[in-house]
Structure formats: C-alpha cells, structure tokens
Design a protein around this ligand. Structure first.
Ligand code: ZN
Length: 387
C-alpha cells in the first residue's frame, strides 16, 4: 500500500490538498486526511508537489516508424525510460507510413512488452493505407478479438503519402470501426493523419454531413501542422469535432508556420472551442520528415514522448491556460474519447497512475504506474530490459 500525504490534487480538476491511498494497482481513497499504521503502508510526504493523473499519449510509433528517407532513416523503438521521463503511463501505439516492414503483429508484441515493463498500452489497427491491413482479416474482427486494439489508425488523408481513398472507401472503413467499437465496448475511433494537402478536413466534414457516423468517431491529428489546417480545425472543433495536436516538432516547422501546441490550445479556447474536444499526442518515435516544395526529403528528426507534457507546461506557464484545463488534453479527454477505463483521472477506483509535479516549476518529480514507482525524486527507478 502507498499513502501520499498532503498532495495538491488535480484530478485533473483542482481538488485541493488531500491524501491518496493506493493498493493493488488502484486508487482506494482520496480524502483530506487518511491515517494508517506506518507498518502497513509506504507513507510519502507529498507536500510541495501536485498529484495529477498519469499522462496518456494516444499516438506513439512505439515500434519505430519512418523510413521516409530510405531504410537508414527507419526510427528506433520506444524505450521504457522515454515514457517514464515524460510522465506517460498509458501509451497508444500505431504504425505509420510503413505497413510492410512494420507489422501489426510486431506492434502488438511491442505493446505487450511495454505492458510487462510497467506501462498500460493499447494499439490502433491499420496504417496510412486504405484498405487498412489488419491482424485478423477485418477491422471489426480486430476490435472484437484483440483486447489491445481500440481503433483504427493512423489512416492518412490530404497527404501525398496517403492511399488517396475515395469517399466510399473511407466511409466503409469508418463504419466498420464504429460497429466494431460498439460490439466490443471500445471507442473504435478512427485516428486520421492529416497531411498538408489543400483538401484538409473536407473528407471528414462530408462524412459527418452525409452519413450517420457521428463526429466523435474521428480524431484527426497533426491539426496545428500549418495555419490553414489549424483554422479549419478550429472551426471543426467549434462545431463539435475532436482535434488532436502533435507536440513533437522542430524549430524549422514552427518557422514555416506550424502552430505550437501550447499556443494553439490557447487560441482554440479563446475562440470558444470546448476544451473537452482537444487532445495532445506526441507522435513519439515517429519521423518528422521535412519535405521541400518538390516533395523531396530535406532532413529527418524523431518525435519524443517527453514533448507531450512539455507543451502542457508551456500552455500553463507561457500561455496562461489553467493547469486543470491544460491537463485535460493528456488525461481525461483521451481517456473519454478512447474509452480507456480507469485512466486519466485521480479518483477512488481508478488505476494508480499518478504523476507528481513540482508545484513551483511544474517539472516531473515522480511517476507511479499501476501503483508502482517508476520515477522518484526525479530519478527513474526502472529501465527497459535492454537499456
Ligand atoms: Zn501522422
């Protein structure tokens, strides 16, 4: 049993000072004062720190991605310590551009490995292409038969690397995701990679308009990648759509007009977008290819899971977004949208996934996942098997 005393609790809503008791991987009680005999419980003084839900990173190329500059540019796998340092206790893995040398079987194995190492993991079926390749023969079967599969993605639209699916093809894919989600009690969300193309969100808007599939079935990502997609995304989110910002970036992208996540969050909130419609993900381990005007690859960087909370911290410290609101985009919002039960909240019955933040600097001080310390006093306590 673990008892955190005197933490400033953000659930993510601000709850004030409280004690948190966890056992068996779950939070048992959060109350103003919990007293237990020291012999039975590890008691930790948490005064001076904020206790917040473990972060959910809903779009990570956990088994590596890339290869867009040839084989030597394939990116490496996610290491456990990358997630720990970023306070990420729940990771949703996906394939990306490459659905040939990266397979769903491999992605599932990587998710299971990270699970064994202490995280909570899920995956999307499919990759950029349409029709999507699946593990068991169809999206619906994958959702129904494979516990870790919670949706489809990342399927690419408005991008030169997309399969350029027709409206009918994309509608069918989305319908299958929805039915599979309903039957399996999962989200069945379609995670859509948005490219730089001028068609923008047109396909999604048309689907919502012309079919019975609701906007909540789609989570378009990279929404801040250029000013016009951002503006379109703002209007889309204001009308009830969900939008996801990618926190990994490089200075060159920002110079070329990418909207920095922290600033994008502020602008959307100021424009009247419901905070519940916005999420952040890191695109961790994904390649960040920089193509020139002729579509030629200039250079390649790699996405980092640690960028996820860094952008939330900037939203609070630079943009003045209230902490409880900023935390939502990496805790309660993805938990609700992706139907991750027990995740994204500090409350009795939830999984004991807790991040401790230094109250003054908002630096990550401690990480607890499924009730186990992964980082304490800013020092990671565990490593992956081959780190
Ligand atoms: Zn993408």
């Amino acid at each position: 049993m673990l008892l955190l005393k005197n933490a400033d609790v953000y659930a993510p809503a601000a709850k004030g000072r409280a004690d948190i008791l966890a056992a068996g991987g779950r939070i048992l009680r959060i109350e103003p004062s919990i007293e237990l005999p020291p012999a039975y419980v590890e008691q930790v003084d948490a005064s001076g720190v904020m206790a917040v839900p473990g972060f959910i990173d809903g779009h990570v190329h956990m088994m590596g991605g890339g290869g867009e500059g040839g084989f030597a540019t394939r990116t490496p796998e996610l290491m456990l310590s990358d997630a720990i340092r970023g306070g990420v206790t729940t990771v949703v893995g996906c394939l990306g551009t490459d659905g040939v040398t990266r397979s769903l079987a491999g992605l599932l194995a990587k998710a299971k490995a990270l699970d064994e190492e202490g995280l909570s993991t899920f995956i999307y079926t499919g990759h950029y292409g349409v029709p999507v390749q699946t593990l068991t023969g169809s999206i619906e079967r994958d959702l129904l038969l494979i516990d870790k599969i919670i949706g489809v993605g990342e399927v690419a639209l408005s991008d030169h690397r997309s399969n350029q699916p027709t409206f009918e093809e994309f509608a069918r894919l989305s319908a299958e995701a929805r039915r599979g989600g309903i039957l399996s009690g999962k989200a069945g969300v379609v995670n859509v990679h948005m490219g730089d193309g001028r068609r923008g969100l047109a396909m999604l808007r048309r689907l919502i308009e012309e079919t019975e599939i609701p906007a909540t079935q789609f989570l378009p990502t990279h929404i801040g990648r250029n000013p016009s997609l951002f503006e379109e995304g703002l209007a889309y989110a204001k009308a009830g759509g969900l939008v996801d910002f990618t926190t990994s970036t490089v200075p060159a992208f920002l110079d070329e007009g990418e909207v920095k996540c922290s600033a994008g969050l502020r602008r959307m909130l100021d424009a009247g977008v419901d905070a519940a419609n916005i999420t952040f993900t890191s695109d961790g381990q994904g390649s960040l290819p920089d193509f020139d005007a002729h579509g030629r690859l200039r250079r390649l960087e790699i996405g980092r899971v640690t960028s996820l909370f860094a952008e939330v911290r900037d939203a609070v410290r630079v943009e003045g977004v209230p902490l409880a609101t900023a935390l939502q985009v990496i805790t309660s919002n993805p938990a609700r949208i992706l139907k991750l039960r027990g995740k994204g909240a500090l409350e009795a019955g939830a999984d004991a996934d807790i991040v401790l933040l230094d109250a003054a600097s908002l630096e990550i001080d401690g990480v607890i996942a499924k009730g186990r310390w992964l980082m304490k006093a800013r020092t990671p306590l565990v490593r992956g098997n081959f780190e």
